[in-house]
Design a binder for this molecule. Structure first.
Ligand SMILES: [Zn+2]
Length: 414
């Protein structure tokens, strides 16, 4: 039982911790939030940009601003994420949650990462193996079936999604991935073997288990034993999965995994149901391909359930439509900011020509990004989780891509 004093103390402590974390992660963005909140308008005033530029160029001003913005951000965080960003409760004694989607297809989550597995009458097909879930993946599978794991599919090569495959699955399972993923894993195996022969083996003893564990060959996910370049239909016993490649998006070889009987589509690190994407459009290697992937999901697949690989809950077709709308708004806001901010005005604000060209570019890029974020904020702040934290990074990626990439630039007109 908490006494009144303890309870108040806990809330205050939590608020302070949240404020500190938020201020460390997203100081520049908080500047926008404070000015917007104070003004109570959705205007994109030049004053906002001026203030942000002043702070970024003169760190001595930031301590005062920080104290003010931290308070506001703390209050905002206490109001909580949108209801639509909340998923099922993870039983703390287990550390994971497993649930049948339908007809032998299950999803498992730890509240930060998620993946799915398919139970057939001839074995289990496991997709990915996030290290944060780790060996709990096997516990989740054994909760619902006695069948052995016979097949493993990699959605893509990133170790935060497949790193645990190094140690938890049977060696004689069939490992399936796109050819590009096999090549990337082969490159990693080769690199580590070279490192080992030169006697420079890394000491990984100080890394926490949740971090990427790949420091020697035995800790790397096995190289796929079956690869494909376009489409692959996996039939195991009475169940079917369709693996499709539609070109680069998050990374080369990131595939769509479709369970037709279960009307479920898995695509990792593209769409984040209920939440803003991870930083910089989830680190998309190919921004145009990343955007197109949304349309491919909506146009090419008949599904009710979406598995995105991250965060709190499963998604729906509506979640994909909402994120596509977010991306459309981001393109427009980024294009507007690119058009509105001129180098001339930035030169004036910086105080004239300087030999340090990056100083001018830094001020220019910051101003463009802040204008983009200011335009996006009113509509999206309370519609998706994590907007205050990551919106500015989405603007950075989109404004830059619109500035220099021919394919993305064609989207300005839409
Ligand atoms: Zn990834």
């Amino acid at each position: 039982m908490l006494t009144g004093t303890t309870f108040t103390y806990s809330i205050v402590s939590l608020a302070l911790i949240m404020a500190l974390l938020t201020s460390l992660i997203a100081l520049p963005f908080q500047m926008i939030g404070v000015v917007e909140a104070t003004q109570g308008t959705e205007s994109r005033s030049d004053d906002v940009s001026t203030e942000i530029i002043d702070v970024s160029l003169n760190s001595t001003n930031s301590s005062t601003a920080n104290a003010t913005t931290t308070q506001t951000s703390s209050n905002a965080n206490q109001s909580g994420i949108p209801e639509t960003a909340i998923g099922p409760t993870i039983p703390p004694e287990k550390g994971y949650f497993v649930e049948e989607i339908r007809d032998g297809l299950y999803w498992v989550t730890d509240g930060s990462y998620n993946t799915m597995f398919l139970v057939t009458d001839e074995g289990v097909v496991a997709v990915d193996a996030p290290p944060s879930i780790g060996a709990n993946y096997l516990k989740a599978i054994s909760e619902v079936t006695d069948q052995p794991i016979t097949h493993v599919i990699y959605s893509h090569s990133h170790l935060d999604h497949i790193g645990a495959a190094a140690s938890i699955f049977p060696e004689n399972a069939t490992y399936i991935a796109h050819e590009a993923i096999a090549q990337e894993l082969q490159r990693a195996h080769n690199g580590l073997q070279m490192t080992n022969t030169t006697g420079e083996e890394a000491d990984d003893s100080h890394f926490a288990p949740a971090q990427i564990p790949a420091y020697n060959v035995s800790q790397l996910p096995p190289i796929p034993t079956e690869t494909f370049t376009q489409n692959h239909t996996l039939q195991v016993g009475n169940q079917t999965l369709m693996l499709n490649y539609h070109g680069n998006n998050h990374e080369e070889g990131n595939i769509f995994i479709y369970a037709p009987a279960q009307r479920t589509l898995m695509l990792v690190d593209i769409i984040f149901p209920g939440w803003i994407p991870f930083v910089y459009l989830a680190l998309a290697e190919d921004v145009y391909g990343y955007i197109q992937a949304h349309d491919t999901v909506l146009n090419n697949y008949d599904f009710d359930t979406f598995v995105g690989g991250h965060l709190t809950r499963l998604g729906t077709r509506e979640d994909v439509q909402i994120q596509r709308e977010f991306i459309t708004d981001l393109i427009n806001a980024s294009n507007n900011a690119n058009q509105n901010v001129t180098f001339g005005e930035i030169l004036q604000k910086v105080g004239g020509p300087t030999n340090n060209v990056w100083t001018i570019f830094n001020a220019y890029l910051n101003t463009v990004d802040e204008q983009c974020a200011n335009e996006m904020l009113p509509k999206w702040q309370h519609r998706l989780g994590g907007v205050e934290e990551f919106l500015l990074t989405q603007c950075t990626t989109m404004t830059e891509s619109l500035r220099i990439e021919p394919s993305t630039k064609t989207l300005e007109q839409q």
